[in-house]
Ligand binder design. Structure first.
Ligand code: SAM
Length: 276
């Protein structure tokens, strides 16, 4: 009989944040597949658990998935854990889970900490509907697309970011957020846990002094439709400035104005030239 694959969530800082069920499973399985075996060993030692470990990370996910599937087929029960939080959420896990499902191997989630949910629930920003975008892409074109998505979204946005890239991300967001609320959640569940609820300029002033793991929670753009309606009331100059402030270039602005006013691009261009 095939073994079972358990996806076990582990703490994101505070070692007490582990469920009784997670500990039970980690004690019972034959093998633990860990993103970083040294990191997982600290957790296991803390709870007096001794188990064989196998490394399973982003760079060997493909090959190691096959090894794990073979072991599962041979009847071994395996727990997969990441360095922190829930495996598969911006962490390895997805590959072996997909393959296990294809092979009709039972996949059992053991829920627990996840940094995005931890940040969201105490952010004070709407939890009704939210979009998790993980880390913003570094590729310029893809990043621009994601920023546009954030600009338009009427749902709460959650972003992960590495501390050394946070300043660049805040600078990009500054161009598109206008006065939407933003919360930076830092070092969650740890000694220096902090929720910084300030505007983006104030965050930018502080960011060089902030350390540790960070998440951004951004209020949805609930004014998208209202803003669009109000745009009709603006003069062409005001309409132009509205998009200029958001960092769009001249060509993009003219395209956007034409779309908003349901007019031809050249018509806008001519009107705009006339006014300048
Ligand atoms: N699998 C994890 C989860 O369930 O949330 C996420 C892993 S991802 C590689 C790491 C990112 O999660 C960090 O860059 C940071 O944005 C966020 N993160 C993880 N732990 C955190 C913490 N204690 N405080 C704030 N952010 C954290």
């Amino acid at each position: 009989m095939a073994g079972k694959l358990y996806i076990v969530a582990t703490p994101i800082g505070n070692l007490d944040d582990i469920t009784l069920r997670a500990l039970k499973i980690l004690k019972e399985v034959n093998l633990i597949a860990a993103e970083d075996t040294r990191q997982t060993l600290k957790l296991l030692n803390h709870y007096d658990i001794s188990k064989p470990l196998i490394s399973y990370h982003r760079h060997n996910e493909d090959v190691k998935s096959d090894v794990l599937i073979e072991k599962l087929k041979n009847g071994e029960n395996i727990a997969i854990v990441s360095d922190a939080g829930t495996p598969g959420i911006c962490d390895p896990g997805e590959e072996v889970i997909k393959k296990a499902i294809e092979e009709n191997i039972e996949v059992i989630p053991i829920p627990g900490p996840c940094a995005m949910i931890t940040a969201l629930i105490a952010s004070g920003i709407s939890t009704k509907e939210f979009v998790f975008l993980g880390f913003l892409p570094l590729n310029k074109k893809l990043r621009k697309q994601k920023l546009e998505e954030i600009q338009k979204s009427d749902k709460t946005i959650i972003l992960y970011e590495a501390p050394h890239k946070m300043k660049a991300t805040l600078l990009d967001l500054k161009n598109i957020l206008l006065n939407r609320k933003i919360v930076l959640a830092r070092e969650l569940t740890k000694i220096h846990e902090e929720f910084i609820r300030k505007n983006i300029d104030e965050l930018l002033n502080e960011i060089d002094n902030l350390k540790g793991e960070m998440i951004l929670i951004i209020e949805g753009n609930s004014h998208v439709e209202n803003e669009k309606n109000n745009l009709y009331d603006l003069s062409l100059e005001e309409h132009y400035k509205y998009y200029e402030k958001q960092g769009f270039d001249k060509k993009e602005i003219i395209k956007k104005i034409a779309k908003d006013r349901k007019l031809n691009k050249n018509e806008i261009y001519m009107q705009f030239i006339d006014k300048k």
